[in-house]
Ligand binder design. Sequence first.
Ligand SMILES: Nc1ncnc2c1ncn2[C@@H]1O[C@H](COP(=O)(O)OP(=O)(O)OP(=O)(O)O)[C@@H](O)[C@H]1O
Length: 521
Amino acid sequence: MDGTSSTAPPAAPADPGAGPVDAVAATGVDRAFGGVQALRDASFAARPGEIHALAGENGAGKSTMIKVLCGLIRADRGTVEILGEPVGRLAGPAARQALGMATTFQELSLMPDLSVAENLLLQHPPRGRFGLVRRRQLVPTAHLLLERLGAEHIDPAATTGDLTVAQRQVVELVRVLATEPRVLILDEPTAALAEQQVAWLAGHMRRLRDAGCCVVFTSHRWREIEALADRVTVFRNGTRVDTRDRLSEAEAVRLMSGRILAGSYPTIAPVEQTDAALRVDGLSGPTLRDVSFELRRGEILGIGGLAGQGQRDLFLTLFGARRARAGSIEVAGRPARIRRPADAIRAGIGIAYVPEDRKAEGLLLPMSVRDNLTLATLERISTAGFVRRRAEREAVAAMVAQLSIRADRPATRPVGTLSGGNQQKVLMGRWLLTEADVLLLYDVTRGVDAATKHDLYALVARLAAAGKAVLLYSSETEEIAHLCHRVLVLREGRITAELPGPVGDAERIVAAAMKELVPHA
Ligand SMILES: Nc1ncnc2c1ncn2[C@@H]1O[C@H](COP(=O)(O)OP(=O)(O)OP(=O)(O)O)[C@@H](O)[C@H]1O
């Protein structure tokens, strides 16, 4: 869509179908989960030598289509062909992998207790004579692999569970890229990545495409689709709406949701209140160095910078999930001792943290949407230890409506059966229900569709206008540039610049992040 579409083979029909040129083709696929019809007469086709984006709202059926294509789940009806082979002959994922198909899913598949090297080489470990695995070769072999694919900054000896979500995603990607696939399918590969890592992945996707590989990916970031995709297929309500080689964002949103959005970002009301909701003085920790700032009521303060400069630690420390080595925190003018999350949530302090990793840090997947939403507010909706069901029902219904969470029967529906973006919204809803005064929003629009992002931006602006203090980090720097009254740039754990907002142009934040260290005023 950036003019590179000429590299995709021309002359094929625009509609999916069983054309011989297709590398993957699904036709007339139905798939239900219990009472939920995830796919309905859905078709999708992509060719060798093209990058094909699969776009759609949260819950539109993209992941389900990908799982059908790669053999992880079976279609109730319909046909699938991979590289010209009818899928009947390629029962499970292994047979498709043998043909050269590689897939990453939204759920990371790495084993957290194993090292990066073990995860990378699990399937094909280096072997010596007699076929014995050469354990001592694991780390050097993995290092070479990481280096070859431009990810040498990741330590192959590290325990995978100790890596950040972004680093784990890079390892997951290295694992599939290393197979030099003929069909590469990536379900939201960039949701966890920062800008530099996205550029790294884009390079690999283009390289594979140019070598004739069929690359399919999903994303909720239109900029990426525009820059990378030769064609886009839009899904809505479990079925294909259209396939195009050119599509504007506004048109895409209309096709995906039936909505016409007026501008992407809301206007931010000026900060009128002067009292500090949060004052941080000299905070230091393993990755933080002498961080001091004030966050006022009604203010949205952005934390910008390149990936991994201490942003996550700052949020976790303020929430009590990481210990600070030095420094102090004041909430509403009073010193606050926050040693664990329970201290942060306590009445009188009221700090809520909405994390990026909804699975590891947030949701209890087998529990219902209702119970996940009310987990942090049980006290407020209980009397003498009994949950007041009516109050609970009302609070849940209001939050489901406010965030457009797509979940029928929230009281019984396990949150793990919602689409990824809807899970993220449940997590956001949980903390909004606490009515905390200070909101630590860490990459909250990750994996959320365009129309809902728009709603979340408006919600954040409304919360601030109502006097909440918001600290905001996003792996999409553009969000920080447009949504914040002020932006602090972190570099190597230190605040190195302060930009008045809205900054508008994300490049200015990136430029400030790359500049030499300057003393913070
Ligand atoms: N295992 C499951 N059990 C029950 N329902 C499911 C299951 N997997 C998916 N669904 C439902 O199927 C529908 C389609 O989900 P899917 O994950 O394919 O959407 P998606 O387009 O990938 O969304 P997102 O952008 O949020 O990842 C959703 O309503 C979802 O709740």
